[in-house]
Design a protein around this ligand. Structure first.
Ligand code: BGC
Length: 374
């Protein structure tokens, strides 16, 4: 009698667990992805939604390794650049393919900033400037992964006080969800035990024709911005907020990336194409549309929404074909574009830009959603 009821209880529990799993918005599986230089095992998590969209994310650098979305006929293609195996990300970290970027996304001028009267020196890994968190940014760290009950993937990283020159023990938590509305949603949160600066983003390179399928010049882009932040020769913002109107930087109406990219324009020359921060039109802090990208030949459409004040639109100008990515595809110049939602580059040295300071007791939150339509 007792054994029977125990068995019943067990059956009921198993049923409950099974139904929780079935009700979860996303299915998740995981596997080993390779060994880090420190000898740890990285994992790769495959998230699949009810429409068959699939995102593969590794806890090494929080990298989005692949992202399969349908074209207008339902044919799936992988729309992000990357490598088939962990070794590629380890040997070629510098294009930051698909990675989580921190502690500070994009550049800090002269690799230093002053906070509360103290000057902090960072690694100069991009000329005299610091780029994407320094020599060993968050993109090269093994994050602690947790599969969330709702089908999301939570990644946590504790960046120690002084790491890459930044003050404060910073706990960063990044959640990835692939929703049944065909969105890849990234929620960032962080806390610190000392005043610090913070700018987190994701560095996925998209090609909505499919990764390795040629350049991105025919993609039609709309950026929801009236201004951008022009740069100097080191790609550090000058501090000016410049109107896009009447310039090749005006994407307020959808236009092909390639239409004006070779124009004789000083800012385009400095970036070797588009590699600038746009100041997003926004009212308040709610999630709002930053960009819409249409790929006419496949019908794939991507909308990017964010709570961040800016977006770095980078057209893969520094790719040069030396990197062989997934399926052995050589990633040539402009084979991918990034829409890195962010605070403006060099904000720690630009008091007029929105602040990137995080203080003890404050909770940092930020959300970016990549939505796929056709
Ligand atoms: C930067 C580029 C850089 C690229 C890859 C972008 O966010 O703005 O200048 O080359 O990342 O490192």
């Amino acid at each position: 009698m007792e054994a029977l009821s125990l068995r019943r209880q067990l059956a009921a529990t198993l049923f409950l667990l099974g139904s929780i799993h079935m009700n979860a918005a996303t299915k998740m599986t995981s596997a080993d992805f390779g060994t880090t230089p420190e000898g740890a095992t990285a994992r790769i998590y495959t998230l699949t939604n009810k429409n068959g969209l699939e995102a593969r994310i590794t806890n090494y650098g929080g990298i989005v390794v692949s992202l399969k979305t349908p074209d207008r006929n339902g044919a799936m293609a992988d729309v992000v650049l990357g490598f088939d195996a962990l070794a590629g990300y380890i040997s070629s970290p510098s294009p930051y393919l698909g990675a989580l970027i921190g502690r500070y996304g994009n550049r800090i001028g002269h690799a230093r900033f002053t906070l509360d009267g103290v000057e902090y020196k960072l690694a100069a890994n991009n000329g005299e400037n610091s780029l994407h968190g320094g020599t060993h940014g968050f993109n090269q760290k093994l994050w602690t992964a947790r599969e969330l009950p709702d089908g999301g993937l939570e990644l946590t990283y504790l960046s120690k006080d002084g790491e890459e020159g930044y003050p404060g023990n910073l706990k960063a938590v990044v959640d990835y969800h692939l929703t049944d509305s065909n969105e890849l949603r990234i929620d960032y949160s962080a806390t610190t035990d000392k005043d610090t600066v913070l700018n987190l983003t994701n560095h996925s390179y998209f090609n909505l024709k499919g990764q390795g399928q040629g350049d991105i010049l025919g993609h039609l882009v709309m950026l929801n911005a009236k201004q951008y932040t022009p740069v100097d020769a080191g790609l550090i913002p000058t501090g000016e907020l410049r109107a896009v109107s009447g310039t090749p930087f005006d994407f307020s109406r959808s236009i092909a990336i390639g239409t004006r990219i070779e124009q004789n324009d000083d800012q385009l020359k400095l970036g070797k194409g588009y590699d600038h921060n746009w100041v997003l039109n926004r009212s308040g802090k709610a999630l709002s549309l930053a960009a819409r990208v249409v790929e006419p030949s496949t019908g794939r459409v991507m909308e990017v929404s964010t709570t961040e004040p800016g977006v770095q639109f980078y057209t893969g100008n520094f790719l040069d074909g030396t990197i062989k990515g997934k399926g052995g595809k050589a990633y040539q110049q402009r084979y991918g574009f990034c829409l890195e939602t962010q605070h403006f580059p060099d904000s720690p040295n630009k008091p007029k830009f929105p602040s990137t300071v995080l203080k003890p007791g404050q909770q940092f939150y930020s959300t970016t959603v990549f939505k796929f339509l056709k």
